[in-house]
Design a protein around this ligand. Structure first.
Ligand SMILES: *[C@@H]1O[C@H](CO)[C@@H](O)[C@H](O)[C@H]1NC(C)=O
Length: 258
């Protein structure tokens, strides 16, 4: 776990009272999140064959970005709907992709991991026929006596996906970007308003240890040139955007965006 602490003269370490108790707590949360996410990821390491990768090495079937794009693309195959099992599969790969990038990503993926488990339990549970697509789920959960939280959970994943899209898209687009600032902005506009004060402070601390752009590109597409990695990341972000757009439309149709 790489939570780099700043030297004592930094403004972050100004003697603010809250920090003295918030910091140890924050570090504890990070370590816990990191540990929990690691544990869960081991379950999802199988390789998916058969992705058409074009010429990009990093989008091949044995590479994580490729393995992520493929199920997300499949989740969009029904016009005007979202295939949930494929969506969840894509999300699991996204978690695997983001997790090694640093504490801030772990931060977002831990929350997502929990939500994924909830939706996976529905999509594999006794009412699985109602959880094959977004529309089926929305129809089923319209009846409040069902007491299921699939839609609510999907909204949370939808937001986290938006953040990942903006952050990764920025890293793909900009040269020598201050990616920490870029992803922090995306965090503050998309996720921050829905998080508690303490979580927001912890996230802001994590941004201080945000890895550099070339480090992220190397982690996403190991061994590829930065240009190739950026191209792959841009396609990844494009796929996330397509999934985001579809889900956004579906949620809006049902009046589920608050
Ligand atoms: C997503 O929606 C936006 C706004 O409607 C649009 O500009 C963009 O092209 C869409 N992206 C994809 C990948 O469908």
């Amino acid at each position: 776990m790489k939570l780099k602490l700043l030297p004592p003269d930094s403004k972050v370490w100004a003697p603010r009272q809250w920090l003295s108790c918030a910091l140890p707590f924050t570090i504890f949360i990070f370590m816990l999140l990191f540990y929990l996410t690691r544990e869960k990821l081991n379950l999802f390491s199988q390789v998916e064959p058969g992705l058409k990768s074009g010429e990009l090495h990093c989008l091949g079937p044995d590479k994580l970005p490729g393995q992520m794009v493929r199920p997300f693309r499949k989740s969009l195959t029904t016009e005007g709907d979202l295939q949930l099992p494929q969506f969840l599969d894509g999300w699991r790969k996204l978690v695997m992709l983001l997790d090694p990038l640093g504490t801030l990503f772990t931060f977002a993926t831990q929350e997502a991991s929990e939500k994924l488990s909830v939706l996976e339990s529905y999509s594999q549970g006794p009412y699985s026929t109602h959880y094959h697509t977004f529309s089926a789920m929305a129809d089923w959960e319209q009846d409040p006596s069902k007491h299921s939280s699939g839609l609510h959970t999907l909204v949370l994943l939808h937001r986290a996906l938006h953040w990942a899209q903006l952050c990764l898209g920025g890293i793909a687009r900009v040269q020598n970007a201050n990616v920490g600032a870029l992803c922090r902005e995306a965090y503050q506009s998309v996720l921050g308003p829905h998080h508690t004060w303490l979580i927001r402070q912890a996230a802001n601390l994590a941004f201080l240890a945000f890895p550099g752009q070339s480090q992220i590109l190397e982690l996403v597409c190991p061994g590829d040139s930065e240009q190739e990695a950026q191209e792959a990341l841009s396609r990844v972000a494009g796929m996330l955007e397509a999934v985001y757009n579809r889900t956004q439309g579906l949620l809006a149709e049902r009046g589920l965006l608050t």
